[in-house]
Design a protein around this ligand. Structure first.
Ligand SMILES: *[C@@H]1O[C@H](CO)[C@@H](O)[C@H](O)[C@H]1NC(C)=O
Ligand SMILES: *[C@@H]1O[C@H](CO)[C@@H](O)[C@H](O)[C@H]1NC(C)=O
Length: 357
């Protein structure tokens, strides 16, 4: 009943919006047409290959053919400014056409990057993907489309092999990350939905973790409506660090409402909850840590430790065996003595074995 009413309310809001503004399909993370309602208005959001997911490392499949991801032209920003845009759901930066990524089944060209984050309160939540159930504070997505098969992003995004997204988990630490400052320092200029600012071009490669060889790969979707299942995901294992102050800026500066709104609403918690894996496989480009626990030094320590343990155990076992034997011998001696005195007084005296200490 409640649900039906909600549906009607959402539908009216929806129709209303289509009529009043001409922009169909308004959605939010937690308000009207929030995450749990997405599938009613965007059927793909209810599909069986959705993103984000939790990566359970012990269930990933190591694929040794997965090459290190190779960003192309990321470190050649050019002289034209980048454009930063508050679209009411995230901060998005348009990327120049010459940037791309190699090491994937097709050639993909960069389109844009954007971020997802939490609310600055309590535990570290904000990332979309989780690893072994653990969230990070934020997540960067660099979105690419398949230039070998499609002519542009809007054509590519509806096809299964259309897009490739690089996902970077972000956590807060002590040091300022200057690459991220290139974006975060300008958020104050695009506080409200719909605002744009030109910012100096910078080396986009520096937003990525150092280790591009260890990652998880799976087939998934856009993490926002319309949730098309067209994304080949690469989620890097290494996390990137920004400072606590930088994270705070990301979590508190932006609004999801327009400047003219009477009551501005903060733009935060713009992450989707993890979706069922169903029968998808998550590949890993490396031997997961849960198996490869030991370094060479640790292995040496374990071998030496085991040897010492074995020697110790041998000493203990020898000691136990000996004391058992001693007891038995003592018993035998007693029995012998008893037998001799009762049933065989004639038998000549034997040398009774002495317990050895
Ligand atoms: C599971 O995989 C099979 C193909 O291997 C596919 O036909 C089916 O739709 C998948 N089911 C789900 C729930 O994803
Ligand atoms: C993704 O889907 C394609 C086409 O169905 C398949 O060939 C490929 O192996 C899948 N990749 C992963 C990482 O599961």
């Amino acid at each position: 009943m409640d649900r039906d009413w909600k549906r009607v309310a959402v539908f009216l809001l929806f129709v209303n919006c289509v009529n009043c503004s001409g922009t169909a399909k308004e959605w939010t993370y937690a308000g009207a047409v929030g995450q749990s309602d997405w599938a009613e208005f965007f059927p793909d959001c209810g599909g069986s290959s959705q993103s984000p997911i939790n990566v359970d490392i012990s269930r990933t499949v190591h694929d040794p053919t997965l090459l290190p991801v190779e960003p192309l032209g990321y470190n050649q920003p050019g002289i034209k400014p980048f454009t930063l845009f508050n679209n009411g759901q995230t901060v998005q930066m348009t990327l120049p056409r010459w940037m791309g990524v190699a090491g994937l089944p097709w050639h993909y060209s960069a389109v844009q990057l954007h971020l997802h984050w939490g609310n600055g309160v309590g535990v570290a939540t904000g990332s979309e993907h989780t690893i072994n159930g653990r969230s990070s504070s934020a997540e960067l997505h660099v979105v690419h489309y398949n230039t070998e098969l499609y002519s542009d992003m809007s054509e590519a995004k509806t096809h299964k092999d259309g897009l490739a997204v690089l996902g970077v988990l972000i956590e807060a630490g002590e040091e300022v990350n200057h690459a991220y400052s290139s974006i975060l320092n300008y958020l104050g200029r695009i506080k409200y939905a719909g605002q744009k600012v030109d910012i100096p071009a910078f080396d986009v490669h520096k937003l990525l973790p150092d280790d591009l060889s260890r990652y998880f790969r799976y087939n998934g979707s856009l993490t926002t409506p319309p949730c098309f299942q067209s994304v080949l995901w690469t989620l890097f294992y290494e996390r990137v660090q920004i400072s606590h102050a930088q994270l705070m800026k990301l979590e508190t500066v932006l609004y999801s409402s327009k400047a003219e709104a009477a009551e501005p609403s903060a733009l935060r918690d713009n992450y989707r909850v993890t979706q069922p894996l169903n029968n998808r496989t998550v590949l890993s480009s490396f031997i997961p840590v849960s198996i490869q626990i030991y370094t060479a030094g640790e292995i040496a320590a374990i071998v030496i430790g085991s040897l010492c343990g074995c020697v110790g155990l041998a000493v203990i076992i020898r000691f136990i065996v000996r004391s058992i034997r001693t007891n038995d011998v003592a018993k035998e001696v007693k029995q012998d003595v008893a037998l001799k005195t009762t049933s065989d007084p004639e038998k000549p005296e034997e040398v009774t074995p002495q317990p050895d200490s």
